[in-house]
Design a protein. Structure first.
Length: 261
């Protein structure tokens, strides 16, 4: 269980979490789900973590649910299945709500819950050979616990098609839908991610966190007086903050802000 997720925190604050069940294309069971959730919770509570990258060892990103695990679930009681579904839902919520930027490094297959992980990340880099599929209906299931994140990523109509058809689609289609944010050749995938992370790390860390939070908050409600008031208060707070003052001073003085030194 302990080796199902490889954790590596680099000196620049980038936490790499790699799914490590390559012999079954990083399909996950309850132990893998709990292990990844725990690793994400640790990253959230570590002030040194600035970015989280999720990847998969071997030929695939993640093939979704482990067939042996799914077969076992078929004999579970109703309450046991509720508990098990809540476990996967907790993983997705933990990843989606992480305060730091998150990046999915996608190669090979990303099926079922693997697509869920991709949709929960802020950014996703994929190679041209990557394939995606929400195949649950072929098994008499639906992608229920990952549905909120898929719909948020690609929209209701596209999600409905992907949920019902169980079609396999490639990186170009995933990019058109907004499921992935970047297309990279296999031999430049890691370099492209490194360069993007470099651009993230020169930004004010608290501002990045607040930017992620406000994007989520304003997408969930109408543009009414309460929403407008929230944005007004937020920008006033940030202008008065130490980070905000430092950022403005650095810009006017034509120097690098302290958080980049």
């Amino acid at each position: 269980m302990s080796n199902t997720v490889i954790e590596k925190l680099l000196p620049n604050g980038v936490m790499h979490l790699s799914l490590n069940r390559p012999e079954i294309h990083n399909a996950f069971d309850d132990h893998q789900i709990d292990r990844l959730t725990s690793a994400l919770e640790v990253a959230e509570n570590n002030e040194h973590v600035k970015v989280v990258v999720i990847s998969g060892e071997g030929k695939s990103f993640s093939a979704g649910g482990d067939l042996s695990y799914m077969r076992h679930m078929g004999s579970n009681s109703y309450n046991e299945n509720l508990i098990d579904a809540a476990r996967l839902a907790k993983l997705m919520k933990t990843l989606s709500s992480l305060s730091t930027p998150t990046i999915a490094r996608v190669h090979g297959a990303a099926f079922g819950g693997g697509v869920g992980l991709v949709s929960c990340c802020d950014f996703a880099f994929a190679t041209p050979a990557a394939t995606f599929c929400l195949s649950e209906v072929k098994l008499g299931m639906i992608p229920a616990t990952i549905a909120p994140y898929i719909v948020r990523a690609v929209g209701e109509k596209a999600a409905c098609r992907l949920f019902m058809s169980a079609e396999v689609f490639g990186s170009n289609r995933a990019w058109q839908l907004g499921l992935i944010s970047h297309l990279s050749e296999q031999d430049s995938l890691d370099l492209d991610i490194q360069m993007f992370i470099k651009s993230l790390l020169i930004n004010a860390p608290s501002a990045v966190e607040r930017a992620k939070k406000i994007a989520s908050e304003v997408s969930q409600g109408p543009i009414d007086d309460a929403m407008i008031e929230k944005t007004v208060v937020l920008i006033a707070d940030l202008r008065a903050s130490e980070e905000g003052k430092e950022g403005l001073s650095a810009f006017l003085e034509k120097r690098k802000p302290k958080w980049t030194l």
